[in-house]
Design a protein around this ligand. Structure first.
Ligand SMILES: Cc1ncc(COP(=O)(O)O)c(C=O)c1O
Length: 392
């Protein structure tokens, strides 16, 4: 038997809690409101575009940093939606989902000891990403109920070792959408401390505007002086309901793009060629597609929120993305993992324990997250089951 230790890095993080909950849900026949993937069909036109590409024999490696047509489509869409000019030859790297994009960027930019600021709760991948890339994460809390951050605390966390800050906007798991004022404040610190900003914008089109607040997607790359300091990480997964396609992209200043492309090339060579061809079609869909996506998600959110409230959860209504963070302290469980196991086994609904979004698990010990990227039937069935929670 092999007796030497495995990589120290690999021992420092656990298997994904979110994907573990998906497996547990399957095992117990629970409705899976944990991992954020749609259970409804992907758009017919995209499936056809992908099938057409396969039959047209777009079946070999694309250019490692992305098929030209797809990069051109990314540049066009970025101009259309964000008003930013992007050079597809020097500023875009197509990768296998934004998951690969974020780790590519970190591996391309970080040296051991460099600090990366991460708001918490955070999307769980950022923690192993930091370990694998030798980044030292520095956490700054987003505080419920509005998930705002303390500006003095953020400023005090920046220092000369700060290489970058990761901003997930719209935010998973909180549903926060950063305001222009917040983005400008973060930008001013990046400029002052010569730091980069890595923005995860995969929920850019999933927003819930309301009358009493300006809910709009602002990319850090749109903020004055930040275009040359920002790497936008994006993906087809959520906007086009194709999480299994694994097609994402990074938009980065040319000085950084070369390093990102090299890391990407030797990690994966490239994203699936026929799906990049379908991606070029997807990114040229008209505005109505995004309006519809947003309207449909609003209906789902507005259905699940009262269900959770009636079942005894304290909810934090999201302004963006497709998750609802909740406080479960009223149920009297020792912690979020115990509560989640109970919910899966006894009630038949799976969620994600809040501790998986925090560096200190105790901070999320009375929170769980539900996703609502599901069919009406799925959400209705979950509602029926959740109604039994108070009586169990
Ligand atoms: C904030 C965030 N970033 C990245 C990902 C992964 O996206 P992709 O499928 O593009 O790798 C997810 C998936 O849930 C996410 O919520």
């Amino acid at each position: 038997m092999f007796g030497k230790p495995i990589s120290h890095k690999a021992t420092q993080f656990t298997e994904s809690v979110i994907r573990e909950m998906t497996r547990l849900a399957l095992q117990h026949g629970a409705i899976n409101l944990s991992q954020g993937f749609p259970d409804f069909a992907a758009p017919e036109v995209l499936k056809k575009a992908a099938a057409d590409a396969i039959f047209a024999d777009v079946n070999q490696y694309a250019i490692t940093w992305g098929a030209k047509k797809f990069r051109d489509a990314i540049a066009e869409k970025t101009k259309r939606c964000l008003g930013i000019d992007v050079d597809p030859e020097r500023e875009i790297t197509v990768c296998c989902g934004s998951t690969e994009g974020m780790i590519d960027v970190l591996l391309a930019v970080i040296n051991p000891g460099d600090e990366v600021i991460v708001f918490e709760p955070f999307y769980e991948n950022y923690a192993p990403d930091a370990i694998l890339s030798d980044a030292r994460p520095r956490h700054v809390p987003l505080r419920a109920p509005d998930w705002s951050f303390d500006r003095d605390q953020l400023r005090a966390t920046f220092n000369e070792k700060t290489k970058a800050i990761i901003v997930c906007n719209p935010n998973n798991p909180t549903g926060k959408v950063f305001t222009r004022d917040e983005m400008e404040f973060i930008a001013s610190l990046c400029r002052e401390f010569d730091a980069l900003c890595f923005t995860d914008e995969i929920y850019e089109h999933i927003l819930y505007p309301r009358e009493d607040a300006d809910i709009e997607h602002i990319s850090m790359a749109q903020i004055e002086g930040m275009r040359e300091r920002t790497v936008v990480v994006n993906s087809m997964s959520k906007t086009y309901s194709v999480t299994g396609w694994r097609v994402g992209y990074c938009i980065s200043p040319p000085e950084i793009t070369g390093a990102i492309r090299k890391v990407h090339d030797f990690l994966t060579v490239g994203a699936a060629a026929p799906l990049q061809a379908a991606g070029a079609y997807a990114l040229s869909l008209p505005a109505e597609y995004y309006d519809r996506l947003q309207a449909d998600y609003r209906v789902r959110r507005d259905m699940l929120l009262p269900v959770l409230e009636d079942a005894g959860f304290k909810t934090f209504s999201p302004d963006g993305a497709y998750y609802i963070m909740t406080d479960v302290s009223a149920f009297g469980f020792a912690n979020d993992v115990e509560f989640t196991r109970h919910l899966i086994r006894e009630i038949g609904v799976a969620c994600v324990p809040g501790s998986s979004f925090y560096s200190n698990p105790a901070d999320g010990a009375q929170q769980v997250r539900f996703c609502f990227c599901k069919k009406d039937e799925t959400l209705m069935l979950a509602a029926e089951r959740l109604a039994k929670l108070l009586s169990k």
